[in-house]
Write a protein that binds this ligand. Structure first.
Ligand code: GDP
Ligand code: GDP
Length: 437
């Protein structure tokens, strides 16, 4: 399970600065592209070689009203209440305030494990800054400077020590013959309808994979002679009438599903185009480097004219994931599902393809010869050799000189060249540039 850490505190204490310091995304390229929603409150922290966890900046959620109601809106409170660990962030420069007191009183009521983090200690006597908050009675407290990245690694150690024990989620991984698929998307796109349809009327033919905590459920299924494991399957969490009304879109559940799957099927509603929430779900899948298929659902309800309109709209809105296959389906009629699963297979095969060093170097040389990087202020980047570094997503290391000067557009050129040459569909492709000298 992916643990969740919530950043809670009044406005301006530095929550979003800390959020950025913890979740520095590895794929800066992706986020410069239009269409990717950036105002995200959830992110992943992936400490090198250690357990990863999700972080939620509760300050980014909801309004900007004064007082505790504004600082901890209903959604923010809900996010904090489902967290495995709450970081209570205060401002070391300003000391304790009334609003801090109120937030702390509320945090005590939630009874989530809480750790006090005194931010903005740069240039301060840390000991004195911490003692300003001694009356809060925390035995453990840490002083950091988010803006200067001081104490962030120590804070990550503190977080890792305090996360709950790993559950049995390893069981989800115990069958390499199955492709792990997650159907994700905002509410009402048709996830449950599709999953229930896939599993058939009789649930008996599908076996639930036990051993996961909370409500993460996996189900094994077979289709056209191939084996799948549906992770965090929406359709199995039977919605009660009440839940349906109050159920909020849980991003943490979406993140869980993304983490657990090999191929994410992001569902859209053909009637609605690409909403901000859709773009945000896509963004999370991209952040995680997941193989991706886009299922445009409810295709049945559209006239021919609407279909054409819809087609061009999607093509425009989804340029940032133009490598992902789009499949038109109808969950209620069951149409398009064969194509959908064929696309899942292609994405999985691309994401997990193995590469030899020589074919990667040859691809790099061919790309270089066809279009060498431009001379910038009398300097030119040289690509020397390359090798594969990881799969799922395919990651290539390119060695050379002055690679720091490579423009984003040249990097995109390389990516597209590699995609074409190796016929990679449905998977992100990553490059790591290493300057020798
Ligand atoms: P939020 O409202 O809690 O999300 O706070 P922000 O992250 O937006 O930060 C509020 C202000 O505090 C910004 O001007 C930041 O640049 C500044 N700030 C954040 N962290 C630090 C820090 O560690 N040291 C100093 N000196 N300023 C910081
Ligand atoms: P979820 O919240 O993503 O799990 O969405 P549901 O499966 O609950 O579906 C939301 C609504 O969309 C329901 O009223 C479904 O009947 C409807 N729906 C789902 N799939 C289709 C489809 O392929 N075509 C049409 N016309 N309606 C659909």
């Amino acid at each position: 399970m992916l643990p969740l850490v919530a950043l809670v505190g009044r406005p301006n204490v530095g929550k979003s600065t800390l959020f950025n310091a913890l979740t520095r995304t590895r794929d800066a390229l992706v986020h410069d592209q239009p269409g990717v929603t950036r105002d995200r409150n959830y992110g992943l922290c992936r400490p090198e070689g250690q357990r990863e966890f999700a972080v939620v900046d509760t300050g980014g959620i909801g309004g900007e009203d004064e007082g505790i109601a504004g600082a901890t809106t209903r959604q923010a409170r809900a996010a904090a209440a489902e967290a495995d660990l709450v970081l209570f962030i205060v401002d070391g420069r300003q000391g304790a305030s009334r609003l801090d007191d109120d937030i702390l009183a509320w945090l005590r009521k939630t009874a989530r494990p809480t750790y006090l983090v005194v931010n903005k200690t740069d240039g301060l006597d840390t000991h004195a800054a911490l003692s300003e908050f001694a009356h809060y009675g925390f035995t453990d407290v840490i002083g950091i400077s988010s803006a200067h990245r001081q104490g962030i690694d120590d804070l990550i150690d503190v977080i890792l020590e305090r996360l709950p024990e790993l559950g049995d989620s390893a069981q989800l991984d115990n069958d390499p013959s199955r492709i792990k698929v997650a159907f994700i998307g905002r509410p009402n796109v048709g996830k449950s309808t599709l999953v229930n349809r896939l599993l058939g009327e009789e649930r008996m033919i599908a076996s639930e994979v036990a051993g996961t905590t909370r409500d993460a459920v996996a189900v094994d299924m077979e289709r056209d002679g191939r084996l799948y494991r549906l992770v965090d399957t929406a359709g199995l969490r039977r919605k009660s009438r009440v839940d349906e009304v109050v159920e909020k879109f849980s991003i943490i559940k979406t993140l869980h599903a993304i983490e657990q799957c090999q191929v994410a099927v992001v569902m859209l509603d053909a009637n609605e185009g690409v909403t901000d929430q859709d773009a945000s779900v896509l963004g999370y899948a991209l952040d995680a480097g997941r193989a991706l298929v886009i299922a445009v659902n409810k295709w049945d309800g559209l006239s021919e004219y609407q279909r054409q309109q819809n087609e061009s709209l999607l093509a425009r809105k989804l340029t940032f994931v133009d490598w992902a296959e789009r499949v038109r389906i109808s969950a209620t009629h069951g149409s398009g599902l064969r194509e959908l699963f064929a696309a899942v297979h292609r994405a999985h095969a691309s994401a997990t393809r193995e590469f030899s060093t020589s074919e990667v170097t040859q691809a790099m040389e061919a790309a270089y010869e066809a279009n060498p990087p431009p001379v910038i202020r009398n300097h030119v980047a040289k690509l020397r050799y390359a090798h594969p570094a990881a799969s799922n997503p395919p990651t290539f290391v390119i060695h050379g000189t002055r690679l720091k000067t490579l423009s984003d557009s040249y990097k995109r050129y390389l990516e597209n060249f590699f995609r074409k040459r190796f016929k990679l569909v449905g998977t992100p492709v990553r490059f790591v540039f290493k300057d020798s000298v």
